[in-house]
Design a protein around this ligand. Structure first.
Ligand SMILES: Cc1cc2nc3c(=O)[nH]c(=O)nc-3n(C[C@H](O)[C@H](O)[C@H](O)COP(=O)(O)OP(=O)(O)OC[C@H]3O[C@@H](n4cnc5c(N)ncnc54)[C@H](O)[C@@H]3O)c2cc1C
Length: 325
């Protein structure tokens, strides 16, 4: 079968890697870039997917919740949180897809023409045939647009990489002024820190709070909802292009890779992709959506403060770790 995959981020590269063992796979990636991202990923994914551990820049055994100037330490079981540099990480995933037999082409999906995909490569246009097309082209999916599907629900995030604030751990800021309706974050990134928050005002406040003066950048992140179309005939959506980002935590790398695994198993074994995804993740995503909504209410302060109790810390950690399988 001819499978064309648009987008060579974590979702598309993983799908290409697994499908190339059985099918004729072409992976289209528009550019080499450092995707705006904190780069935090569950560390066990390196063993689970046989990834190169040299890509891990930091391996953390705790995170901090910051609220009302107080820092609450949340120990993780073992060193469970890895920080990667997205440019290197994504290139590695694409190279694994190539090793498995996928053809990697740097080009850009433009539109559909006579049931073929029009790809621009070095300013020239080519039509690609396919039996199956996988759209792994991120939050602004142009495949979705070309099919006139509603765009992915999303929110803008504001972030920067700076050397003006140093942290060795992941810090999450839960005051409304610093984190808006979600949270602000500071992650270590080699000799820099990745600082961010969702809305512009809370980002500005976070920068003031951390005493940094920096240039802000913005990028969208999906806000998952249950009713998003993830398949239309022989076209499948995965990763950010299917909004498969965990509500509240905004963890997207792990779920892009795991969702690509579910998709490839569904294609290879002729199973219903949506049903398989729902079986594995719907309950967790719905529960986290509930917590995300709770976080927007005054109950947020109670939930954050409760983290000084060990049983609440353990509950949070288990929630974060439970999707391992
Ligand atoms: C500021 C910020 C911080 C984040 N921090 C974290 C974090 O710490 N941990 C975490 O787990 N998640 C984080 N996320 C979310 C995470 O970045 C995404 O969920 C993840 O990248 C999704 O992977 P993907 O492969 O689905 O999409 P992407 O990584 O977006 O990959 C899609 C790829 O498709 C390519 N593409 C797009 N259009 C076309 C086209 N027309 N033709 C060809 N190629 C195309 C793009 O160049 C891109 O490389 C963060 C997101 C943001 C915005």
């Amino acid at each position: 079968m001819k499978i064309l995959i648009i987008g060579g981020g974590p979702a598309g590269s993983t799908a290409a890697r697994f499908l190339a063992k059985k099918h004729d796979v072409t992976l289209i990636q528009d550019k080499i870039w450092d995707k705006p991202c904190g780069g935090g990923v569950k560390a066990w994914i390196f063993d689970e997917f046989d990834l190169d551990k040299n890509l891990i820049k930091h391996l953390l055994d705790k995170v901090y919740m910051v609220y009302k100037n107080k820092k609450i330490k949340i120990p993780l079981k073992d060193k469970n949180l890895a920080i990667v540099k997205r440019m290197e990480f994504d290139e590695h995933l694409r190279s694994l897809a190539q090793k498995a037999g996928a053809k990697l082409i740097y080009g850009k999906f433009k539109k559909f023409e006579n049931k073929k995909a029009l790809i621009e490569i070095n300013k020239e246009k080519f039509l690609f045939e396919y039996d199956i097309l996988i759209a792994a082209d991120g939050v602004n999916s142009s495949v979705r647009k070309a099919l006139n599907l509603p765009s992915i629900p999303k929110t803008i995030t504001h972030y920067t990489k700076t050397d003006k604030y140093k942290t060795k751990e992941c810090e999450f800021f839960f005051d409304k002024e610093l984190g808006g309706n979600y949270y602000g974050w500071a992650f270590p990134h080699e000799n820099l820190s990745h600082i961010g928050s969702v809305d512009a005002k809370s980002f500005e406040n976070l920068c003031k709070y951390l005493n940094i003066d920096t240039k802000v950048k913005g990028y969208f992140i999906p806000t998952w909802q249950e009713n998003i179309t993830i398949q239309k005939d022989n076209i499948y959506f995965v990763g950010d292009a299917a909004a498969q980002v965990m509500p509240l935590s905004f963890e997207g790398i792990y779920y892009a890779i795991k969702s690509a695994e579910i998709l490839t198993n569904s294609i290879i074994n002729n199973l219903n992709y949506k049903e398989e995804w729902n079986k594995k993740y719907l309950k967790d995503f719905k529960f986290m959506k509930f917590l995300e909504n709770l976080n927007k209410t005054p109950l947020r302060s109670l939930v954050v403060k409760a983290h000084k109790f060990n049983f609440v810390k353990n509950l949070s950690i288990n929630l974060w770790l439970k999707s391992r399988s």
